[in-house]
Design a protein around this ligand. Structure first.
Ligand code: NI
Length: 185
């Protein structure tokens, strides 16, 4: 089932989400619906709060572009991007490289706005799976960016919070207009 995507201004997007403590039928159904919703919206990632659920759960699929990363290790071994896509995880943990990189981001909850965001270039993500196993993923490029963006959602952080100070000022009015459109201004 395709779910409604919560839009900028909704309080659930600012919540620090709760850990998933039990993977029951409801969670399995939620994940299936989130995957369907992400595909329908042409997104590369979707976090549970974006469909109104304050749980530490997200889905990512960057397999449309195999060149979007320069390396990928899964549990310490070199791996193909397709082998882990779509990526579903709960209760993630992230470690970051010191090196940073700029890239363009958008968000399904902030329609019509894209901007440059500077973030750590590479990550090591510990990603518990629905079946109880754990994927440890080391990567860079778009997958590293998507992991950081989605995990930010689980902490109530949006990409527009991470703009450079000058860009933030010029973004302010666009966001205000968006709040008006979303009926929350
Ligand atoms: Ni987003």
């Amino acid at each position: 089932m395709i779910l409604d995507i919560v839009q900028y201004g909704h309080p659930v997007l600012r919540q620090k989400c709760r850990n998933v403590t039990e993977v029951d039928d409801q969670i399995v159904q939620l994940v299936a619906d989130m995957l369907e919703t992400m595909v329908d919206a042409n997104g590369v990632g979707l976090a549970a709060p974006q469909v109104g659920v304050d749980l530490r759960l997200a889905v990512i699929d960057v397999s449309h572009d195999p060149e979007c990363i320069s390396f990928l290790k899964v549990n310490g071994e070199d791996a193909d991007l397709e082998s882990i896509m779509p990526l579903v995880f709960i209760n993630p943990e992230l470690a970051y490289s010191e090196e940073k990189e700029s890239g363009t981001e958008g968000c399904l909850s902030i329609r019509g706005i894209r901007a440059e965001v500077r973030r750590p270039a590479a990550v090591r993500a510990t990603l518990p799976q629905l079946d109880g196993s754990v994927l440890e993923i080391e990567t860079d490029g778009l997958l590293a960016r998507a992991l950081q963006h989605e995990i930010d959602h689980l902490n109530g952080v949006l990409f527009v919070d991470r703009l450079a100070p000058v860009a933030k000022v010029s973004m302010k009015n666009r966001l205000k207009r968006l709040l008006g459109q979303n009926g929350q201004g």
